[in-house]
Design a protein around this ligand. Sequence first.
Ligand code: ZN
Length: 254
Amino acid sequence: MSDLLKHLVAMSHHLGDPARGYAMLGEGNTSARIDEDSFYVKASGTTLANIGAEGFVRLSISKVLEIIDDESAGDEDVSRVFDEAKLDKGDKRRPSVEAMLHAILLSVPEYSFVGHTHPIYTNAILCSKEAEIAAQGRIFPDHVVSMKHKSVFVPYVDPGLVLAREVKMRFEEFVEEEGVLPSAIMMQNHGLITMGATPKAVTSCTDMAEKASQIIVGTYALGGPRWMSREDVDRIFTRPDEHYRLQSIADRTS
Ligand SMILES: [Zn+2]
């Protein structure tokens, strides 16, 4: 097993450990970038808690992205595109439909690992009426250190291609407005995505998202959260001077 797969398997076991409550049965999925245009993503029907190297499918990032950008394509085209995107021809395994979310994020050079889970407390927030505010707010200093000043919030839309397009749009809007790359994406009535350069960045951000969510949920029993002010958050999270700009794969490879 390559070092990359070893890291990906270990990260998946951390996120899938039933004791953590981030994912059960087939829930959640993980991925890792192999090179500029290829990545491993969890195959459908596998379980994060006990996945091995054989549980990951190798796909082309640019091939998967094509369907997201092709406005004439619909959910009925996804399986065909996934087959075309497979780099091991004849591979019978099916990538999760959420592989599209991984391809979007792994097209960003700064991200090499992505973890998507449905953690209990994070979803208590994301399935509540306060979802948008509670998913964006910051509640204590280490919350800001691990998850930056803000997360991307994605309102509920149909799973599949519609969700992939929505996540891409919200992610790009965030980068344009904030000038930095986010560490986490919060999807209403669905779950969390964390991304980073290392498996540790992904697991730490997921761990902290869930701890902060547990605390936030608790504060609603005691009169509601006392959010950190914008000034207090900004003293901990200092934005780099240079405004980050997204570059498409097409631009990078040309
Ligand atoms: Zn999901």
